[in-house]
Design a protein around this ligand. Structure first.
Ligand code: ADP
Ligand code: MG
Length: 341
């Protein structure tokens, strides 16, 4: 990154407002925050108790007085007030100079509505932004993996996040076709916890099922199948219990959400204009987002589509890096912003 004298004083920031994680990039510095999009509030007076990692650590361990909320959970803002608190808190955390009002670019899931965009803009302005721009997640992801988004070639991005999977074909600075489904990492966690409840009478928490998914979850048979110990509460006795779970079982557990993701990719391919289909046949699909780290997912998609499939480097940071590229050189990326709607 070239050193720019002005950026030394700048507070300008790029934010990836994800359904699972929020990342913040500061101009001239790079990624400075990467935390879960989670807020813990007190139920009685709705005061914020914690935001980010600290709030996530409270998940499933709270008492009646505390509520832990993921305001972006399904790719839409389900609680304006909490989303606003979270956005403001992350912006304020990186502001070095309160007098220099920052330019802020926020990357949003492409399903957000006009009024949700308003909430995001307002929150950033309220936090002190002098200028707020929005960019669609697949566009930012495409930039983050260095796809030639301004050229007349079609590129397909599949971003599997927490709440949503976004499938987009990008060409000539625009999103040609766009598909967003509310099946991604969270659904896999949910399917795992249901599977374990049904088969072992064991109730496990959200974080335990996510941990199981990340450690033994897979989309293809593994060369060496593995097992781990799942811990939770026995549904019958009510006592703490631990059971051994194998990667084969977890693969069975995530069949349905995986099927939905694959079906959505197929559908997007079927709907793509013929000229771009030819490009995608040659160039393949790029996978981004944390959900794409599921073991064997890239191979599974390769088998299902017969196309080249590439897992991005550092899939969890592609979107914020792409948004950061726009921030570093906003004049050359102006046409990629969602500023008029
Ligand atoms: P978002 O952009 O929606 O905030 P992210 O791109 O940050 O989502 O990805 C978060 C999702 O990725 C979560 O569901 C998380 O469980 C999942 N994830 C992270 N690491 C892995 C892994 N190694 N294997 C499977 N899923 C993973
Ligand atoms: Mg994301």
């Amino acid at each position: 990154m070239k050193f720019n004298f002005m950026s030394f004083f700048s507070n300008d920031i790029a934010i990836d407002l994800g359904t699972a994680n929020t990342l913040v990039y500061v101009k001239g510095q790079g990624i400075v925050i990467s935390e879960p999009s989670v807020v813990a509030i007190s139920r009685t007076d709705r005061k914020v108790l914690a935001i980010g990692k600290a709030a996530r650590d409270m998940m499933g361990k709270t008492h009646e007085e505390i509520e832990v909320i993921r305001p972006m959970r399904d790719g839409v803002i389900d609680d304006d007030e909490i989303a606003e608190l979270m956005i403001r808190s992350f912006i304020r955390r990186v502001q070095r100079n309160r007098l220099l009002r920052p330019r802020v670019i926020v990357c949003v899931p492409s399903g957000v509505t006009k009024s949700e965009k308003r909430v995001i803009r307002d929150s950033a302005e309220y936090a002190g932004a002098r200028e707020v721009h929005l960019i669609a997640e697949p566009m930012a992801a495409a930039l983050g993996v260095d796809l030639p988004v301004k050229e007349p070639v079609g590129s397909m991005i599949v971003d599997i996040g927490g709440g949503t999977t976004e499938i987009a074909i990008i060409s000539l600075s625009g999103i040609v076709t766009m598909h967003s489904i509310r099946t991604a990492g969270d659904e896999m966690d949910e399917s795992i916890s249901q599977f374990i409840r049904r088969n072992y009478n064991l109730l496990i928490g959200e974080r335990m099922s996510e941990w199981i998914k990340c450690n033994v979850g897979s989309a293809m048979p593994l060369t060496e199948e593995i097992t781990l110990t799942a811990k939770g509460r026995d549904l019958v006795s009510g006592m703490p219990k631990a059971v051994e779970i194998s990667s084969e079982e977890i693969r069975e557990a995530v069949t349905e959400p995986l099927f939905q993701i694959i079906a959505a990719v197929r559908e997007a391919l079927e709907k793509s204009p013929p000229e771009l289909s030819a490009d995608i046949r040659d160039r393949g699909i790029i996978l981004t987002g944390g959900g794409s780290l599921l073991k064997g997912l890239d191979q599974r998609l390769r088998d299902e589509t017969n196309l080249p499939v590439n897992l991005a480097d550092e899939p969890l940071t592609c979107v914020v890096r792409g948004t950061g590229m726009v921030l570093e050189d906003i004049d050359s990326f102006q046409e990629l912003l969602l500023d008029n709607n």
